[in-house]
Each structure stands twice: as structure tokens, then as C-alpha cells.
Design a protein around this ligand. Sequence first.
Ligand SMILES: Cc1cc2nc3c(=O)[nH]c(=O)nc-3n(C[C@H](O)[C@H](O)[C@H](O)COP(=O)(O)OP(=O)(O)OC[C@H]3O[C@@H](n4cnc5c(N)ncnc54)[C@H](O)[C@@H]3O)c2cc1C
Length: 499
Amino acid sequence: MQPTSPDTPNAHTKASVAKRVPRQDLVVVGAGAAGLSAASIASRIGARITLIETNRMGGDCLYTGCIPSKALLRAAACAQNARESRRFGIHLSEPVIDFAGVHEHIRRAIAAIEPEDSAERYRILGARVIPGSATLIDRHTIRVGRETIPTRSIVLATGARPIVPTLPGLAGARFVTSETVWELKDCPKHLLVLGGGPVGCELGQAFARLGSRVTLIESGSRILPQEPKTAAELLELALRKEGVNLLTETRALRIEGSDPHAKLVVSHTDGSQASIDFDILLIAVGREPRTHGFESLNLLRKAGGLLATNDYLETSQPGIYAAGDVTSALQFTHVAGQQGAYAALNALFRPLIRLRWNQSPIPRVTYTSPEIASVSRTGTRLSAVAKTITIPLREVNRAVTDGAENGCALIGINKKGCLESATLIMPHAGEIISELALAIQERLPLGRILALIHPYPTYSEINRRAASVWREERMSGLGRQLIRVMLALLRRLGKGHSG
Ligand SMILES: Cc1cc2nc3c(=O)[nH]c(=O)nc-3n(C[C@H](O)[C@H](O)[C@H](O)COP(=O)(O)OP(=O)(O)OC[C@H]3O[C@@H](n4cnc5c(N)ncnc54)[C@H](O)[C@@H]3O)c2cc1C
């Protein structure tokens, strides 16, 4: 009997009643970044593997996360460039936003990437791909619909979903999350964003640039709490300049009234209350792991309900591994992808091979304008470094030619002059951070970056500029004196020659 297509669930279910599935080496639950990476490596090495997906192959990144959000940001940047063009002597009128056209651009981006993640591609690689929601029966058995799959090992890669807080009156309001915001047919007139993390900031800025009035409320004292204060301050400045009404230390209490007259009642730290009207409420207050179907095994949890794993990504149940947003506090596609591969190899070769995850620094990027990219040695916080070198972006000639001086680099170094952490707040920060991530990973002293020729004029020169400042400061009084003596000596010798 042939595996059935994921597009024909009825046919699949009927067929599976009679199907005897051979024992698998690995079953991967969830086909997002983590699950696809696990399935890819397992099939390429010839393992007998089943990949189960209840929704769409590709997961959040492709349909509701990285891809649509970055496509939206690109469209929003076009509108903003037009508005700012007069700074460069180009006079354009206020852009007309065709929201359906923006959606078409997003759809095209998804469609172009979709084949990479398709069931067909994974079947060609050798995986058995089946649609449906997986339930764990025991450590070696998974059920999907009426099919029971025996397996030697399991990787859980079921991701996370947006948290919807229990806000009184919410049911009567028109609200969206990062999952459903993509279904909006019209650009909201007044978008009220709840949450000043990366998702709230990226989407808030995008909609403001596309013509929405945007209010962003954050209960903490600043946005982007995971980033250095300077980064948050520079972004706050940029958002306010673009017209975003940013309210920090503001807590959502309840919704009063109902759509289209709903208002969010908020409290400020001084105890005062206010109500804010809105058209659409975008809830971006964090994500919770998807663990439905795993109840029978009582898997241990850590903070935020994430599945607890050891250094090898194995859960509290031997032979069951977890990867991606379902276990990781660092919820990024690049983390999910790498964890998926490690989890798959550990699951397949247990107990012969154990690969410890993760020894490398993990870069993270918030794709706002200015873009913010950070990386640090695993476990090191910025405050733990011996010294932080700050280079303002106006010292980078490319930023000057681009009229983009609102930014800086914060480079943290240890006593030996090796990089410990870095935050770049500038255009293309996400592209430039990799050089610094490599330096951190390889424990390179800043002198090595100084020795590398960087193309001119580029933003990446900021890394070299930081290295040069470090070298300058490091040169001791004795060193300077020695150089002066050498120069004086050479001058005298030169005189002798010319005479
Ligand atoms: C708006 C937004 C923007 C983002 N932008 C970026 C970015 O620019 N860069 C970046 O690195 N990260 C970004 N992220 C984060 C990124 O999308 C996630 O970290 C990544 O998608 C996690 O992959 P995953 O495989 O762990 O989970 P997912 O992609 O969520 O995949 C899990 C899959 O498991 C399936 N599933 C769940 N339960 C079951 C079950 N019981 N049986 C079968 N299947 C099941 C789900 O349907 C889903 O398809 C963004 C997130 C959001 C919300």
C-alpha cells in the first residue's frame, strides 16, 4: 500500500485502517523549521522516518512568521522611503497604499518558498509524510487518526502559538494575533498593539508605515527588554518620529464596549487609568508551546511551559527529543533548524552518539528600522563584559551617504580583548552581525578584525572601527613612548643620510 497524499485526508484515513506501518527509526511531529530540519537530515542518511503535520508544511515561519512579516516590512519600507525621499532632493507625493497589492507581494514570497518545504520534496528525500494531529501513546508509539505508528525514537517539533491573555471583554473586540493578522483585508485605521517585543515592534512599525494610526502599549519601562537599553531607546525614537503613539509602563486592564466601539482600558504606573479606542487590537504578548497530544507521558516542563530537555535535547522521557519553539526560549527559525538536526541525530544514534546542543553564540535580529542585531557568548550578559566600546553610526561613511546616522554599535570585550557580545543598531545589522558572531565563536581578539580589510564604504566598517578604537585605547603609555623614541631616532638617521 502506498503512502497517501496529505491533500487527501479522507483517502488517507480509509487506507490507514488496514495499514501495518513498519517500525520507524524516527517519527518527527511537526513540519516547521525544526521538524523539517530533523526530517531532512534523517531521510538523507537513509533512516526510516515518518513526518507528521497537522496544518501546513513549513509551519509558522513560512505562513505566519518570518516570511510574511519580512515581506510586509519590505512593502512598508517602500512607503517610508517615498515619504523620506525629499531629504535626498527627490520629491514624491504621499504614497497610495494598495493593501491588496501588499498582500499579493506577501503571497508571492510564500509561494516562491513553499516548494522547499512541501510534502512532495520530503517524500522525494525518502520521508513518509502524513497529515494529521499526532498523539503520543507511549515512548515508542504515536497515533495519527486511526493509524498507529511504532517507532524507535521521536522528535517533538510542534512549535508555539501566540498567547491570548484573559482580558475581560476581549471576546467582544476585533483582535488578531501574529497568526491571524495576515487575514486582514483592509489596513486597520487604528491598530492598537499590545506588547513591545520584536513581533509587536516589527508589525507596529510596518502598519504605521502603511498608513494605520498605531498605538503600542508595553507594560515594562521600555520596548525590547531583551536588548540593551540604547537599542530600545533608538528604536523608540524612530517609532515616535514615524508617528507611533508609544505608551510604556502601561498595562491593559479590560475591554469596554464591543466592535466597532470597543475601547481598551489601561492603567499607568501612577495608578491613573485611560481608555484607548481602536479599530483592531493586535495581541503580541508572547508565545506558549503547543503540547496538545503529549499529555499521556507527563513530560517535564520548564519556565513558560516549554518542554524541558537536557543538553542533548532529550526530554524527561528517554528516546523522546524536542526541538524548536516547543522547547526553546530563543524562538527563532535558525535555532529551531539547528536543534531539529541535533535532535534527529541524537534520537537516531542513541545511545551510540550524543551531540551536545549548543556551543555556538546565537545571533538574533529585530527587523525594525533601525534594525537591531545582537549576539553574545552563550551565557554572557552584556553587563558581564570588561568593557563596551560604543561607535556612533555617524562615524561610518556609508551611513552618512545614506543619511542613516541614527544608530550605533555596542561591542563588549573581555580583558584579553576578545569579543564577548555585540549589538548593532543600523541598516543591515542582521547581515553584519555574522562577522562578530564568528569572532565570538572562535574567541578572536578584536585585533583580527582590525587586520581584515573591509570594503569601503560599507556598514561593516563599523566592526573594524570598534577594533581600531580598542587598539588605540590599549596602546600603553610605554608603547607610545617607545614609538616616539623610534621615530626620533629614524629622523636623526635620515638627517645623517641627506647631509
Ligand atoms: C510574526 C513573527 C515573525 C517572526 N520572524 C522571525 C524572523 O524574522 N526570524 C526568525 O528566526 N524567527 C522569526 N520568528 C520565529 C519563528 O517563526 C519560529 O521560531 C519558528 O517558526 C519555529 O519553528 P518550529 O519548527 O519550532 O515551530 P513551527 O514553525 O510552529 O512548526 C510546528 C509545526 O508543528 C505542527 N504541529 C503542532 N502540533 C502538532 C501535532 N500534535 N501533530 C502534528 N503536527 C503538529 C504545527 O502545525 C506547525 O506546523 C517569527 C515569529 C513570528 C510570530
